[in-house]
Design a protein around this ligand. Structure first.
Ligand SMILES: O=C(O)C(=O)C[C@]1(C(=O)O)C=C[C@@H](O)C=C1
Length: 285
């Protein structure tokens, strides 16, 4: 059975989304305390794949996780899916009741906190924050009663640690989704079929000259290849030096995409393929 590393403890959004994505495939989900441990578990062979949150509707890219994929490990992207992040204010109702001013400190993941900024500004303007995964936050609140602690996390974690939802769905938009990537050394053949196959590449320009990026993009545009994301990140070698992370809605097994990449290489760019993978959108059933 395939072992899948995710950010733990049990009850994180990563776990909820993995249970959804792997609902038809029997896998063992293995929690790790830090996202670095999640990556390294698969890099070392302790697990077969890692589940990595990569982008959120409200917060945008999770840059730290993208940087891990690019700089720290050699783990191709094998699949991606979207999943709704439903955040709740969680605590002990016997302690807090309906008086949220009793809350002095909130524990959660920085990305989850950022998804609830408006709620927090309005209802908890003076609280302190401490950062960890959402489920770790819920666990800490459970283990430290009567201190004015609360967490932002999932209903799964709330049930798991025997606490109460003090305010339900406190994230800013109904359309709050997180995109997760499955990274690992080999393709996961058990994955269901999908129409959309994407390819992710990293492009480093040879030097900074007028129109350099335009030339790269035109290799895709005249072939009518659709790009779904482009982002620049520092190469970490020199201030002001960037690579471009480009997501393409096309498989490497087509004729057009390898030709576009060859053209980009011919103008002196370095291209690294991070993965060619099936892409799934959340279906509410
Ligand atoms: O802390 C969690 O529950 C996670 O799974 C992490 C994470 C993230 O890293 O973006 C995942 C999705 C949520 O939107 C917020 C936090």
């Amino acid at each position: 059975m395939k072992r899948i590393a995710f950010l733990g403890p049990e009850g994180t959004v990563s776990e909820e989304s993995s249970r959804y994505f792997f609902s038809d495939i029997t896998v063992e989900l293995v929690p790790y305390k830090l996202i670095s441990d999640v990556f390294l578990a698969t890099e070392s062979g302790e697990t077969d794949y890692s589940v990595i949150p990569i982008e959120n509707t409200i917060e945008g890219s999770v840059s730290l996780h993208m940087d891990w994929i690019v700089h720290e490990v050699d783990l191709p992207i094998q699949a991606e899916w979207t999943y709704p992040s439903r955040q709740n204010l969680i605590g002990d109702v016997k302690e807090i009741g309906s008086d949220l001013s009793k809350i002095k400190k909130v524990f959660s993941h920085p990305v989850a906190i950022a998804q609830c900024k408006q709620f927090l500004r309005k209802n908890l303007p003076d609280v302190d924050f401490e950062y960890m995964s959402t489920a770790e936050g819920v666990r800490i609140v459970k283990n430290n009663p009567n201190q004015g602690f609360a967490a932002i996390g999932t209903e799964l974690a709330c049930k798991k640690y025997g606490l109460n939802v003090l305010s339900k769905h406190i994230h800013e938009h109904d359309n709050n989704f997180t995109r997760f990537m499955l990274v690992g050394k080999k393709p996961l053949i058990e994955i269901k079929n999908t129409k959309l196959i994407k390819t992710s590449i990293l492009v480093t320009l040879p030097e900074d000259y007028p129109g350099a990026l335009h030339q790269v993009l035109s290799a895709f545009s005249w072939r009518r290849i659709n790009l779904s994301r482009i982002e620049s990140r520092p190469t970490k070698k020199k201030l002001g030096s960037y690579y471009f992370y480009i997501e393409i809605e096309e498989s490497m097994e087509t004729v057009l995409l390898p030709a576009a990449i060859q053209e980009i290489e011919a103008i002196g760019c370095k291209v690294r393929t991070l993965g060619c993978f099936p892409s799934f959108s959340y279906v509410n059933d």
